[in-house]
Design a protein around this ligand. Structure first.
Ligand SMILES: [Zn+2]
Length: 530
């Protein structure tokens, strides 16, 4: 009997082992806390100091539609966090490579209720930045919310926060990424949900995911991939951090120096009173995180609470009549052009977002009642000039794109966009997308408006627009008329424009820009041969 009892006990253990499930939910969090050094060690963290380098790429500024990502920026940074106050300061040296090479040196301070930038961080400067000496500005609520989210995602202390808030942790099914399958939990923080995936062998967090909206690819995943774990001051830290957009690496962070509890002077986190008072609170709800995060890779856009214009300096977008039936949409960081035909409208470019696109569509409807936007001509595929394509497609416009880009836009219009902050998701797969090989001229017997494909160094298949009777051309990115004086000689993009105008056989008197305002064409053409 004794022997049988023992056997039974062994069998019971074996049985319970066989049915014991792998760790789930809070167990995964507890295991990860242990793996990085334990709750006690994490609770003793008062300050974190990190130095490193960052490389960033923008997939939707590629030379060819759907082609290799554009390398945008290489930076060095020094980050310090004070845990008790929740304040973080990052000192940056950013060497932008695109659209032009330049270096910006600046500091960001992010607290729970305000964000601040000391120095110049973008060519697109808000009124406050321009008026401040030395240059500085309060962060928009959008940027503050995005910065807070990303600091939380990357923090050593996220696991401790999760352990302390088990009610906000829930078990989710394993997540497969490529060849790997990760046990995972969902963690709710404010109006954000992170999916935290764990390495099965070590228990350490491997990927931290959010579900975002991208103005080109609709519903996307954005993952922080953690690797190269090493012990620094008693805690495990991932020295290599890669951010993946739908599985493509868009940002690589290499940490070169990590210090826990090094003393940091309190004034390092001080936001000057005037900027603190003017600062927006963190935005909530449908924040366009990808636009706000990735526009900083390029360093040309506005840090504004309205994504398309400086909310503190202008009343917003407006129409400027360049000729009868030709309206330049200006007032923001990006422009477009509305051309009136006898029965319909042609619009050039759908910048930034569906919110901007909806404004353009409404303004066109009010100006020209009864005339629908029948054609949206996209000068090129970059996300800052095509990010509003869905709103035009949703109201039935045919999309006109340059050589080599139609298939790209058919794919773009086929993806779901349930997280679009500006437009309810719907099926846009049947949208007509027409590719222009050389030229497409719309004519209604009274007016001709054309799109002409030109060779240029900015993007494959770029189109310039031309309204024949008004002698007005529309050009994006290779010239921004009115944004600055002409150079002494033609730069490669300007030379491409002059050659393209010749090849198209058009004769513009004025050029309206996708950025900037309007300029005379003759002084530009006169630079040829100089
Ligand atoms: Zn562009």
């Amino acid at each position: 009997m004794k022997r049988a009892g023992l056997l039974c006990a062994v069998m019971l253990i074996a049985a319970s082992c066989a049915t014991m499930s792998p760790p789930q939910g809070q167990d995964l969090v507890n295991r990860a806390v242990q793996a990085v050094g334990g709750a006690e060690s994490l609770a003793k963290v008062k300050t974190v100091s990190v130095e490193g380098t960052v490389r960033q790429w923008e997939p939707e500024q590629s030379m060819a539609a759907g082609g290799e990502m554009r390398f945008a920026c290489a930076s060095t940074f020094a980050l310090v966090t004070d845990v008790a106050s929740g304040a973080t300061r990052v000192d940056w040296v950013r060497n932008f490579q695109y659209p032009t090479a330049r270096t910006f040196t600046f500091s960001e301070i992010v607290t729970s209720d305000a964000g601040y930038v000391a120095g110049i961080d973008s060519n697109g400067r808000t009124r406050q930045s321009l008026d401040s000496n030395p240059p500085a500005h309060s962060m928009s609520g959008l940027r503050l919310a995005a910065s807070q989210r990303e600091l939380r995602r990357g923090s050593t202390l996220l696991l401790l926060e999760m352990q302390k808030n088990p009610d906000r942790v829930s078990a989710v099914p394993d997540v497969t990424v490529g060849a790997a399958t990760y046990p995972a939990v969902a963690y709710r923080a404010g109006d954000q949900t992170f999916t935290v995936m764990f390495d099965r062998a070590t228990g350490l967090p491997a990927r931290i995911r959010t579900l975002d909206y991208d103005n080109i690819w609709g519903d996307v995943t954005y993952d922080l991939v953690l690797s190269d774990w090493q012990t620094k001051d008693g805690l495990m830290t991932a020295l290599s951090r890669t951010y993946e957009l739908n599985g493509r690496p868009v940002m690589e962070v290499k940490t070169t120096n990590v210090k826990i509890n090094a003393p940091i002077a309190a004034d390092r986190f001080a936001i000057p009173a005037a900027f603190k008072a003017a600062a927006s609170k963190p935005a909530t709800g449908a924040v366009p995180y990808q636009w706000v995060i990735r526009r900083q890779f390029i360093g040309t856009y506005l840090d504004s609470d309205a994504v398309a214009y400086d909310a503190k300096a202008t009343s917003g977008l407006r129409l400027v009549e360049l000729a009868p039936g030709v309206q330049h949409v200006v007032g923001g960081s990006h422009n477009s052009l509305i051309v009136e035909m006898r029965e319909y409208l042609v619009v050039f470019d759908a910048p930034v977002s569906d919110g901007t696109a909806k404004w353009i569509i409404e303004a066109a409807r009010a100006k020209y009642p009864g005339k629908p936007v029948r054609y949206l001509v996209l000068t090129h595929h970059h996300m800052d000039h095509a990010g509003g394509v869905r709103a035009f497609a949703a109201q039935g416009a045919t999309i006109i794109t340059g050589k080599g880009t139609a298939e790209h836009f058919r794919r773009v219009l086929a993806v779901p966009f349930t997280r679009n902050p500006d437009l309810p998701s719907r099926d846009l797969k049947t949208t007509t997308v027409t590719e222009v090989t050389e030229r497409q001229v719309f004519s209604d017997g009274t007016r001709e408006v054309g799109g002409y494909v030109i060779d240029n160094p900015h993007s494959v298949g770029m189109i310039i627009g031309y309204v024949s009777d008004a002698k007005i051309a529309y050009v994006t990115d290779i010239w921004s008329p009115g944004a600055g004086p002409l150079p002494d000689k033609l730069t490669p993009p300007l030379a491409a424009l002059v050659a393209g105008v010749k090849k198209a056989g058009v004769a513009p008197a004025k050029v309206a820009g996708g950025h900037g305002s309007v300029g005379d064409y003759a002084p530009l053409a006169a630079l040829e041969g100089k």
